[in-house]
Design a protein around this ligand. Structure first.
Ligand SMILES: C[S@@+](CC[C@H](N)C(=O)[O-])C[C@H]1O[C@@H](n2cnc3c(N)ncnc32)[C@H](O)[C@@H]1O
Length: 327
């Protein structure tokens, strides 16, 4: 099936990698990209996994893409009309501004004249028109429930520590690890934001945390969401896991400042990457967040597929590394 992904604008680059990873995992590929839009082809099996989305707001079955309003209206004269009641919803993305209400009425009227049953309040099918760089039209298949992420905000969980990442970002990172079914490892799991999202997505997971009090707190959070307490107290530098035993690693390194010695920082990262390589299955991904540039150390073990920057505040820019085990 050919799909249009409508992406969050909050961290668009990350959302785009998330959508592209979904397409690859479901035997597909990206066909084109636009502002907050990815269009691609993949197998229908993906429909069972839409509820895993993190930074993907909506997905629609692609009908057509075009460049002008005239072409858009012309195409509505011949598109296949879905059975049942329908409505048209127009979304402006970025700088592109059309009078969406007026256009929704105009396009709805075209379909009505062609015999479609229209219902704005209770439609069976919604035809989405996204005004991005180009105009992309499709039948809405899924809208992500974004409220769920706010309800799982770190400070609303029973065990809270400052510095925990946001659930929607955690979910996007787990999706970028590209695991359809299998085990995800967070070897520095803190309060368990990544593990909670992985667990709610139906993935198996293992958490490792150096400090007992935090590992126990993480267990409390997992239990709160009815998820198994798969957390062990341990050290990312020497994990008690078997070789090639996990399908993906998603983690968030401690945000070390210059108060730590360079030797200590080097030791943490170089031992962690060697361990990541050892426990990961071949051709799998390690996705991690850090406040440091660690390209040289990563490259000893992984190919860096993407490196993104996210400025959080004046003294903290987060790096997102997406790496693949090559050996
Ligand atoms: C940035 S925090 C992770 C936050 C987590 N993503 C969350 O949402 O709560 C990094 C965590 O790594 C833990 N940590 C630090 N050094 C570690 C080590 N050598 N092995 C395992 N965990 C470690 C810290 O105690 C801290 O909880």
């Amino acid at each position: 099936m050919r799909l249009i992904f409508y992406l969050s604008g909050e961290f668009e680059e990350l959302a785009r990698i998330e959508a592209e990873t979904f397409l690859n995992v479901f035997d597909g590929h990206t066909e084109s990209t636009d502002n907050q839009i990815v269009v691609g082809e993949c197998s229908e099996e993906i429909s069972g996994y839409f509820n895993r989305f993190g930074l993907i707001h909506e997905v629609s079955e692609h009908l057509f893409s075009c460049t002008s309003l005239e072409e858009l209206k012309g195409r509505f004269e011949s598109i296949k009309i879905p059975d049942g009641k329908i409505c048209v919803r127009v979304r402006n993305i970025g700088k592109r501004k059309v009078d969406s209400l007026r256009l929704e009425r105009e396009l709805g009227a075209v379909l009505w004249r062609r015999g479609a049953k229209i219902s704005v309040s209770k439609p069976d099918h919604v035809i989405k028109v996204y005004f991005s760089g180009r105009i992309h039209t499709g039948v809405l298949l899924h809208e992500t429930d974004r409220k769920q992420f706010l309800l799982r905000r770190p400070d609303l969980k029973p065990f809270f520590r400052p510095g925990a990442i946001l659930p929607r970002i955690a979910r996007s990172l787990v999706n970028i690890a590209g695991i359809k079914e299998g085990v995800v490892l967070d070897p520095m799991c803190g309060t368990g934001t990544i593990l909670v999202e992985a667990g709610l997505m139906g993935l198996e997971f293992i958490g490792i945390e150096a400090y007992r009090v935090i590992a126990e707190g993480c267990g409390v959070n997992l239990q709160y969401y009815g998820i198994p307490k798969n957390v062990i107290i341990g050290d990312v530098k020497s994990m008690g896991l078997r070789e090639e035993s996990v399908d993906g690693i998603v983690t968030d390194f401690p945000y070390l400042q210059s108060t730590k010695s360079l030797g200590e920082i080097h030791e943490l990262y170089s031992s962690a990457f060697a361990e990541f390589e050892r426990v990961l299955k071949g051709n799998s991904r390690a996705v991690f967040l850090t406040n440091l540039d660690v390209d040289a150390l990563v490259k000893k073990h992984f190919e860096i597929e993407y490196k993104l920057y996210q400025r959080l505040h004046k003294s903290l820019t987060r790096r997102v590394y997406v790496c693949r085990k090559i050996r």
